[in-house]
Design a protein around this ligand. Sequence first.
Ligand code: BGC
Length: 726
Amino acid sequence: MEWKARWICESREASDVCPLYQKQFTLEKDVKQATLYVTAWGVYEAMLNGHRVGEFVLAPGWTSYETRLQYQAYDVKELLAAENRLEVTVGKGWYRSPMLGWENSWVQQNQMKKPAGLLAQLEVVYQDGSMDTFATDSSWTWGESGIRFSEIYDGETYDASMMPRANMPVRVLDMEENALLPQQGEEIREQEQIHPARIFTTPAGERVVDFGQEITGYVELSLTAHSGEVVELSHAEVMDQEGNFYTANYREAKAKLRYICKEGAQTYKPKMTFFGFRYIRLDQFPGGPMNAKEEKFTAIVVHSAMKRTGYLHSSHPLLNQLFENVIWGQKGNFLDVPTDCPQRNERLGWTGDAQVFIRTACLNFNVKRFFTKWLADMAADQNEDGQIGHIIPDIWKWKPSSAAWGDAAAICPWELYQAYGDLELLRQQFPMMKKWVDSIGIHTTTPYLWTGGEHYGDWLGLDAPSGSYKGSSREDFIASAFYAYSTELVIRAGEALGEEVSAYQALYQNILKTFRATYPEYYTQTECVLALYFRLCEDPEKTVQQLAEKIRACGHHLETGFVGTPYLLHVLSSHGETKLAYDLLLREEYPSWLYPVTRGATTIWEHWDGIHQDGSFWSDDMNSFNHYAYGAVADWVYQVAAGITPLAPGYQKVKIAPQPDARLEELEAYLQTEAGLVHSKWHKTPAGWCYEVTTPVCAEVYIGTRKYEVEPGSYRYYSPIEVENH
Ligand code: BGC
């Protein structure tokens, strides 16, 4: 399409109030086709003749706005009449909120001063073939909308008692927008509604609604009230040790909703923000908080419209809840950008978290479009010297790369290729992968290793020295191990693409040799895990025994953080320690994946000890209860316990090698792959294990030590239960 529209904005300095832009127009002929193209500096909601245009919430989403600003195209033919009113409200969104909540930089301050720009163009094609265009220009008007305040971290204030009037002339901005691109990612949409599980009064006397599930989204209110009465809500993830409403872990994010009522029956939900929460506190309510009834509140779940593809189910209730929590962790943090968490003053596209979780993400949902867009932002934000930011969109550009965070540039494209087999996509991302690996060579202080620099290390590892967030694994060790892995992925991607990779092959051999010479010993669980998973150790059998020893020596539990945890069970099961991997998976005491489940978690926690046994918190400062990273354990359940892995990218050939454990009666995985539905189930029978597998393509099935080459179809196998006495 060709843009004829001009950017328009309010005619006076931007304030907290969201502007409402308006255009009235008449159509005199029958319409054959009508498309509305819109984007904004912020987030927008368009209404045509009183009807919402499209279902995209928080459009145009979050991209690296300087170079990539998505616009949306909506078919609006059905909404048109002879006399028309097009209204668009523009909120601050990610564009003009103080993103990177703890920073107060001039970049951020400048960003927040930008006007609430709008670019819109309605193209109408009549039945007789003629056309009309109604585009933003000086003929549009504006006024203050009912949204008096709206911002990503702090929430929204809406005044329903006022009557918005868009009767002031707009300012037309004299500028070209060169960053426009058509919608590339998934739309963010309302997905589910959740009714309160209960409403109760806390020991502190506060009225609280519990939705029974931590979600990302907002609450819809339905009530009858008098004009000017106020509803004010606060959001929380958990209750504290005394059972009181707890918001300290949101840090500076106010996460409040304030609604000024109009007269009579009314329904309201926020339009320009979102919250991560399970509970709401009724700070103000017409007639007092005690007057509020459950049926007045509905929680609306909002996330990117990705299609669910994977399901896990077992005979173990706590494990099933863990699987649910992994799914909710993904729903809650896949809101246009893969975020660390949805509640506190972050909600950022941390690269490390995304690379840790991407394989699980691809199994649970179809995230091809979602990641295609985010990785395009990553490529756009990559520094000239190849460095990759800590967060994408990169609004923290001046920070040097961290190992395992920047390595998302190699790992994410490779995982997407494994899941979806799209060679063209890999081809687009390949230059970014190469540049990333090249940049390590530029920045290291030691050839063929990555030494020096600032890193997050094994973030939140339990073996961290007191007062530190970083586990004890050596940072240079981790950085150099990831250097080897990313180089290996560049080679594998290059080979798949038929590219010349001999220089990277030589580089890899040098890294391997230098790594082995420099790091003959491994001191932590995570060091063992990386040496094994990245195939850097010379004696894997010895290393896995060392790892097993370390696990037993500290009380039979993991001590790994963000870097080691996603590979921990994989390296154990690939080297004959499947039982130990299950020990860790099924452990219920702290620290473990099931410990938070025993504490009632409905999402994945950031910390193994987010809530201690006695109900106290590990800290207020860095304590999210919806941080998807450790949910990466689900990929081990799909790929090892249920045993489904792609033998060729995009599951064009499949391997199914289930590995049951006698402590479970049953485990089942469904996976809707690009090639069709793959199913694997095992359950106990009096005669032994029964395995059921279904494959849409040729598959290699491994039952115990036996291998079967099978055609597409469904099969059943039996084998004796060999290990009973755990
Ligand atoms: C985020 C993490 C992120 C980290 C970097 C935190 O504040 O919540 O998930 O990866 O910073 O270490």
